[in-house]
Design a protein around this ligand. Structure first.
Ligand code: SAM
Length: 333
């Protein structure tokens, strides 16, 4: 996706995360990641935090945070495109853990901003604060211990992010959280893994946000029901993540990157200009033509064939990426 100019570099985050592993023996780091993967494979929601101690959170931060950061950054880029004149002055990152979404907000919009990260895992908050010390724009972030339960009360804020959290809550707590976020915020971003279940949780949240009077700003070009027939497909996108040495050690292979698949919805009470259509699969390049799977305003899913005869539009289609708005503003379509 085309990201707006970053307010600060994601390299600062990567350097801070690499530094974390310096003090941790390689075997210990690998074991902590393996434990974490096993916990996340188990039944969630849990009654107690999965991230229990520093080894858990270092493993989470080194292994997952670069990917959740890139997914949220990519979703925020699409959202920012629909509200180009808006910058959130206050931000609440619910279930924010080590602060991936807070970093992504900072990488999307220049500050200053009053940001609060809420989480029930104290070790995650402590490590988040430590990592954020590397970025001057994030040193004022409040790291607050709080449990998301049946009746969350949230202070009013411009933007709420809920990234990779809904899966860890009961259905009732998920519903209560999304409703509380809709009451408290002018804009809400929900991000989940790009799986059929993650998409289902996103759609459920989307319906609640629309019922609360929000308009969908991204990825959907409309606020009507999603045109995907339940059970036949799932709307998701992909963000490229550089692999750390820890990733390579655990996953094997020598690829320098991997693709994080995610589903998301960004909704707002602000005036928003959603894309006319969005590319919802990786474009297929053929000789002299590009096949684009689009979600359109109608609302409907349609495959568009853009050929050389379309001139500028064809050139734009060759550059189009999965998740991009379509057509690009500069083709005059
Ligand atoms: C998978 S992590 C995601 C962290 C971060 N948002 C990100 O995108 O990297 C889920 C987070 O939700 C927090 N969490 C889960 N259930 C919670 C609850 N009931 N109350 C508060 N935090 C919770 C966990 O402690 C953890 O930090």
């Amino acid at each position: 996706m085309n990201a707006p100019a970053p307010a600060f570099s994601a390299d600062t985050l990567r350097a801070a995360l690499d530094g974390l592993l310096d003090g941790l023996p390689s075997r210990q780091a690998t074991q902590a990641v393996e434990r974490l993967i096993a916990s996340y494979r188990g039944d969630t929601p849990t009654d107690a935090p999965i991230l229990r101690d520093r080894a858990d959170v270092v493993a989470y931060a080194a292994y997952r945070m670069p990917a959740t950061f890139e997914a949220v950054r990519s979703a925020l880029a699409a959202f920012a495109g629909a509200v180009p004149d808006w910058t959130p002055a206050t931000h609440l990152d619910i279930g924010g853990g080590t602060g991936a979404a807070t970093w992504a907000v900072g990488a999307t919009w220049d500050g200053p901003r009053a940001s609060t990260v809420l989480d029930w895992a104290e070790p995650a908050l402590a490590l988040g604060r430590e990592i954020a010390a590397a970025e001057p724009a994030l040193t004022g972030v409040r790291w607050q211990r709080a449990r998301i339960g049946a009746a969350p009360t949230l202070e009013s804020t411009d933007l709420v992010t809920v990234s990779y959290v809904l899966n860890e809550l009961t259905a009732a707590d998920r519903a209560a959280l999304v409703e509380a976020a809709a009451s408290a915020a002018r804009a809400v971003l929900i991000v989940e893994p790009g799986t059929p279940d993650g998409y289902a949780r996103v759609i459920e949240a989307r319906d609640r946000l629309v019922a609360a009077g929000f308009r969908i700003a991204a990825p959907c070009p409309h606020s009507a029901a999603c045109p995907i027939v339940p059970g036949t497909d799932w709307c998701h996108f992909s963000a490229r993540v550089s692999r750390s040495s820890l990733h390579r050690r655990i996953k094997g292979g020598s690829l320098a990157w991997e693709d994080e698949k995610f589903s998301y919805v960004a909704a707002t009470r602000l005036p928003a200009a959603p894309a006319a259509a969005r590319v919802v699969r990786r474009p297929q390049l053929r000789k002299g033509q590009v096949l684009l799977d689009l979600c359109e305003t109608e609302p409907a899913l349609r495959r568009a064939t853009v050929t050389k005869r379309h001139g500028d539009l064809y050139r734009a289609a060759r550059d189009a990426d999965w998740g991009d708005p379509w057509p690009p503003a500069d083709t005059g379509q």
